[in-house]
Design a protein around this ligand. Structure first.
Ligand code: HDD
Length: 689
């Protein structure tokens, strides 16, 4: 009989040697396994035996490895961290998590919305921003997005929204994108989605990094202090690295360059100790303020401009630990808007109210058991006691007879179990909003009727480049609408209520006549523009947390290369060397310099700025390499800084990278330029709507 264990080198002995002192391989039930290469057969070439419990268990478990993916937000990346409260807000909230100086463990999961778990990281899409705070008073989940408003006002529309945006029901495409018939059919028939559409068509949905986007709790919530006094609140996450987005052409090309662009970026930052941080901010207001606004604060399609109610920073979150296992943690984490702690409370926002129902169902369906709270990533870090018992996959072993209350077991010397506490969560009992009490009505409040004023506010708060991006996104997306010819004009008819110029640009871009203006449920009003809504007006002049790609080839000047690397690293950015061969290039001083990435697999879209350091001979060689020409062409087209050695000029010329403020030599000017994008360049490189 042939012994594959020895003759192939794949056998148990060889494995043990390779893994040193590794633990002994066992079955799930602890039985040591002697052969993990061959199943048990009846004769050397005979059929496999039913008796082979090792094979059966291994394949059985493998066959059941997958659980249902999330219906939305299926693709995500998670990390552990800590939240530290930095301000005293005890006058507003009694929550322990907000006690000044308190440190609370957190788990965060960022996600795209529409695509499946294996889809790409950089489609035009909203990003989920869900934070689980393991507070000493129980878990608090702030399950938000990177956009402060939502598509719909009432949770009853959520299944329609999700069905419309996900891949179409019969053909199962497109994956992870809204540019298709059914989404725009639905959206053009839902005027209340217009405000969120403005955000979705802006560069907010093209974040450069998960570390460089804002987060929002979206709904109005309540803070409750020790006296039971409630205030309204909206939650904001502000990234320490500033907000930065890519542009559409870059995001498209990133899909080809690196499917895992955001996941990798998050992992590598944490892995290398560049811990991402966000400040938590609150906008606090009262009923009198709410009543005085021209919109309803319970309407999730509305925001409160920061210029009207400033954001007060109350703490900082630092993500400092990658997960040990993606499935066990990032996939199994279960967020519930109903996870709330004393000191915070819900509002009557009808979207939030619907969410309070939905998430519990989802977790049971995804994780298969009502005991999903026992999975380590979901379990509270504080003690947890109640009389809930049994159920599938019960992993705890409650002791004694106390599985009911009231009981008098203690009188008999037995464990009686937990008791209610006055300090426990108590719903705020005050008139806190319109329709707090009243008749049962299947109705939308009249105060929810204005669908366009804030869409206009958003559009008019953007700078000219951002407005051009929004108009162009509408054109791109609506151009992808196929047979439903009525849809683009219907959408443009809605946009006329937002801004006539925007509607005209979109109609022109589509090559259609300007349709009649859609009748608005309520005429929009002009609100004072809010600079806080613009990315460009808030971008940080920094290289921190970013990366510079440095293209080199044989003959590159060693001193010039080292100077650029040093200058980039001094700014807390990463210098990544790209060369035609990953083994590296032979520099001017005769030394070999290893590359971090091979040119063909490291296009310039994965960097924030590029340096091209070539000798005459190196440049001559790269003029014949399309990937090198494309490297410069895309960096220029994506409005990035390009620092180049004098000898690299022919490559820039071939790439059409004309001299401008962002095209510099390799000195200080390059580092200064690399902190910015050159949006003024854009009209020279592409026609925008
Ligand atoms: Fe939701 C997941 C955010 C409205 C129903 N939602 C989910 C996640 C985020 C959000 C970040 C992913 C959590 C994770 O990483 O595991 N959802 C929002 C925001 C909304 C919103 C900011 C509006 C302000 N969602 C919303 C409504 C409903 C749902 C109105 C249903 C009535 N959401 C779900 C869900 C999901 C979910 C189906 C899928 C996976 C999950 O819950 O755990 O229950």
């Amino acid at each position: 009989m042939t012994d594959f264990k020895t003759s192939t080198g794949n056998g148990g002995e060889t494995h043990q040697q390779a893994s040193g002192d590794a633990a002994v391989l066992t079955t799930n039930h602890g039985v040591p396994v002697s052969d993990n290469q061959n199943s048990l057969r009846s004769g050397e070439r005979g059929p496999t035996l039913l008796e082979d419990f090792v094979l059966r268990e291994k394949i059985f478990h493998f066959d059941h490895e997958r659980i249902p993916e999330r219906i939305v937000h299926a693709r995500g990346s998670g990390a552990h961290g800590v939240f530290e409260a930095t301000d005293d807000i005890s006058d507003l909230s009694k929550a322990a998590v907000f006690t000044k100086g308190e440190k609370t463990e957190v788990f965060v999961r960022f996600s795209t919305v529409a695509g499946g778990a294996g889809s790409v990281d950089t489609p035009r899409d909203v990003r989920g921003f869900a934070v689980k705070f393991y507070t000493r008073e129980g878990n608090w989940d702030l399950v938000g997005n990177n956009i402060p408003v939502f598509f719909i006002q009432d949770a009853i529309k959520f299944p329609d929204l999700v069905h419309a945006v996900k891949m179409e029901a019969d053909r199962a495409y497109p994956q992870a994108g809204s540019a298709h018939d059914t989404f725009w059919d639905w959206a053009s028939l839902m005027p209340e989605s217009t405000h969120m559409l403005m955000w979705a068509m802006s560069d907010r949905t093209l974040p450069r990094s998960l570390r460089m986007m804002e987060g929002f709790g979206v709904h109005t919530f309540k803070l409750v202090n020790a006296e039971g006094k409630a205030s309204f609140v909206k939650f904001h996450w502000k990234p320490r690295l500033g907000i930065q987005s890519t542009i559409w052409d870059e995001a498209l090309k990133l899909q080809a360059a690196d499917n895992d662009y955001h996941r990798r970026d998050l992992w590598e930052s944490i892995d290398t100790g560049a811990f991402p941080q966000w400040d938590l901010g609150i906008q606090v207001f009262d009923q009198a303020f709410a009543d005085a606004q021209p919109y309803d604060v319970l309407d999730a399609t509305k925001l409160i401009p920061e210029e009207v109610v400033p954001v007060r920073i109350i703490g900082t979150m630092t993500l400092n630990r990658n997960v040990d296992n993606f499935f066990a943690e990032t996939e199994q984490v279960a967020f519930l808007p109903t996870n709330i702690v004393p000191g915070v409370d819900f509002s009557n926002d009808p979207l939030l109210q619907g969410r309070l129902f939905s998430y519990l169902d989802t977790q049971k369906s995804r994780l298969g058991t009502t005991n999903f709270h026992q999975i380590p990533v979901n379990a509270p870090r504080c003690p947890m006691h109640n009389f809930q018992r049994d159920g599938m996959m019960q992993t705890q072993v409650p002791k004694g007879r106390a599985n009911y209350e009231p009981n008098s077991l203690a009188a008999h010397g037995e464990e009686g179990g937990p008791r209610e506490s006055q300090a426990g969560f108590a719903t705020v009992n005050a008139a806190t909003g319109p329709n707090e009490q009243g008749d049962k009505l299947r109705i939308r409040a009249e105060t929810f009727a204005d669908h366009f004023s804030q869409a206009r506010l958003f559009y008019r708060s953007q700078d000219a480049h951002e407005q051009a991006h929004i108009a162009s996104s509408f054109v791109f997306e609506l151009s992808k609408v196929g047979v439903l010819e009525q849809v683009p004009p219907r959408m443009v008819a809605n946009l006329r209520n937002v801004d006539e110029d925007l509607a005209k640009r979109v109609a022109d871009g589509l090559g259609i006549d300007l349709p009649e203006k859609a009748k608005a449920a309520r005429e929009p009003v002009d609100m004072a523009p809010s600079d806080a809504l613009s990315i460009h007006k808030n971008m940080k002049s920094t290289l921190e947390g970013r990366s510079v790609g440095i293209l080199i080839a044989d003959g590159t000047d060693a001193a010039e290369l080292d100077a650029v690397i040093k200058a980039v690293e001094a700014e807390k950015a990463r210098a990544i060397i790209v060369a035609p061969k990953v083994g590296g290039a032979k520099l001017s001083d005769g030394t070999m310099r290893k590359a971090d990435g091979q040119l063909a697999g490291s296009p310039s879209q994965i960097f924030d700025a590029v340096a091209i350091i070539l000798s005459d001979a190196g440049c001559k060689m790269l003029l014949k390499e399309a990937a090198a020409v494309q490297f410069a062409m895309d960096a220029f087209g994506h409005l990035k800084a390009i620092g180049a050695s004098a000898a690299a000029k022919p490559l820039l010329d071939k790439a059409g990278a004309e001299p401008d403020a962002g095209v510099t030599d390799l000195g200080k000017a390059f580092i200064a330029a690399a902190k910015h994008r050159f949006y003024d360049r854009e009209p020279n490189v592409r026609m925008l709507a």
